[in-house]
Ligand binder design. Structure first.
Ligand code: HEM
Length: 388
């Protein structure tokens, strides 16, 4: 076990709001062992930025980890050449060019139809009625599982996330997770049986064409679903809720002094949807007075890094005019988010502009408050809005 100072946390408080605790750690013990998580946490932005690239020490290989056991061996749990081969295989599906030329138009049509249908209601829970279906639709087209409903996409994503964080081994959570992975497998089999076109750029098609095995292909599709639904969903609803709470900044966007990209990037920095990425120590390592031992569990705390006061001034303040180039909300190493370009297009070029264009005088419902939850995955619980 690492010799980092031991810092105890109250898990309930950490789930409600990890930031006060992370701030204290950053100030006094930026690398610390937290017994309640059985992990050594790196909380400073530059410590993560430097070390995440040292994959021979901070390895992604976790063969006994819950994710590998429940979802199969996906690229996020591989290092070096093995990881690179799979990453290259999926690139044609998630590249900026494919997003621009193929996916964006589909995202746009879908979001327009959805908002058209909702317009007359004059109120909605953004999370469930706009953010969830637009994110799930993005995953349907990118994975190739167009035979799956948006609700099933959301359910299976959540079921796998719950399964992978089920450290106490609740059998019901495991059973539900198995049911979700089985549902995805059935949808994959059905899509293959119906035949894939030669020019299909979905994750399913490009992996099989690149010669990845069916089990690698299935595992990476499950990874995209578990990692690609809640973050865009939370970023859409959280960014809208937050910009509505900052009317002067919203005005700057509507006047075209600022962009939706600035809103998105500042939101990801300020309330990072993925707060943590785990690693395993592959060989003994000394860094910044800390000795790490083989098999130590390490958490790169992206959420803390994005509020590091030595990098971002007044980091708790939401300010779309700040420079976010040092934010590591999508990661900082070879596992940099594969869905980053698709998410940027969906959120900054489609959903945020369309929501403000098609729902006039959009405002938060004054009767409802916005509460956030989670530390590994963090987002609002509900965002109730009204419009004219
Ligand atoms: C706002 C949206 C999103 C955020 C903030 C986000 C964030 C992240 C983060 C922090 C990582 C881990 C990086 C690391 O450990 O260095 C990651 C990895 C990954 N993400 Fe995303 N993600 C988002 C959307 C998506 C979407 C929509 C997809 C699928 C289409 C996706 C697919 C993946 C995959 C496959 C990986 C693993 C990449 C690898 O191992 O090489 N993500 N994401």
């Amino acid at each position: 076990m690492s010799n980092a100072p031991r810092i105890n946390i109250n898990l309930n408080d950490f789930v409600k709001d990890p930031y006060p605790c992370l701030k204290e750690m950053q100030k006094h013990n930026p690398i610390c062992y937290v017994p309640e998580l059985d992990a050594t946490l790196l909380t400073k932005r530059d410590d993560i930025f430097i070390n995440e690239k040292k994959t021979e020490i901070f390895s992604s290989l976790q063969p006994d980890g819950l994710m590998t056991q429940l979802m199969g061996e996906n690229m996020m749990r591989k290092d070096g050449q093995e990881h690179l081969t799979e990453r290259k295989a999926i690139f044609p599906s998630i590249s900026p060019k494919t997003v621009k030329n193929f996916w964006k138009e589909k995202f746009s049509k879908n979001a327009t139809n959805l908002l058209e249908a909702l317009r007359g209601n004059k109120k909605a829970n953004l999370m469930t009625e706009i953010a969830m279906p637009t994110s799930a639709y993005m995953l349907k087209v990118i994975t190739g599982l167009t035979n799956m409903s948006e609700e099933e996409m959301d359910r299976t994503s959540q079921g796998m996330i719950d399964g992978c964080s089920n450290y106490i081994g609740d059998p019901l959570v495991t059973e539900n997770c198995n049911n979700c992975t089985e549902s995805i497998d059935n949808h994959i089999t059905d899509r293959i049986n119906r035949g894939l076109e030669d020019n299909d750029l979905s994750l399913l098609a490009v992996q099989l064409r690149a010669g990845l095995s069916i089990s690698q292909t299935r595992a990476n599709i499950k990874l995209a679903i578990s990692g690609g639904q809640n973050e865009p969903r939370d970023a859409i609803s959280g960014a809208i809720a937050t910009i509505l709470k900052h009317p002067k900044q919203l005005e700057m966007v509507l006047n075209e002094q600022c962009t939706w990209m600035q809103v998105f990037e500042e939101y990801l920095r300020w309330m990072s949807p993925i707060g943590m990425s785990p690693r395993r120590i592959a060989k003994k390592y000394l860094y910044s007075n800390t000795t790490f031992d083989v098999d130590d569990r390490i958490f790169f705390m992206f959420g803390a890094a994005n509020r590091d006061p030595t990098i971002f001034s007044d980091p708790d303040r939401f300010d779309i005019t700040r420079d976010c180039s040092k934010s590591i909300a999508f990661g900082a190493g070879p596992h940099f988010c594969a869905g980053a370009w698709a998410s940027k297009a969906l959120i900054t070029e489609v959903v945020l502009p369309l929501v403000f264009e098609m729902l006039p005088n959009l405002r938060l419902d004054p009767k409802c408050s916005i509460e956030y939850a989670g530390w590994a995955f963090r987002g609002p619980l509900a965002v109730n809005v009204l419009w004219d």
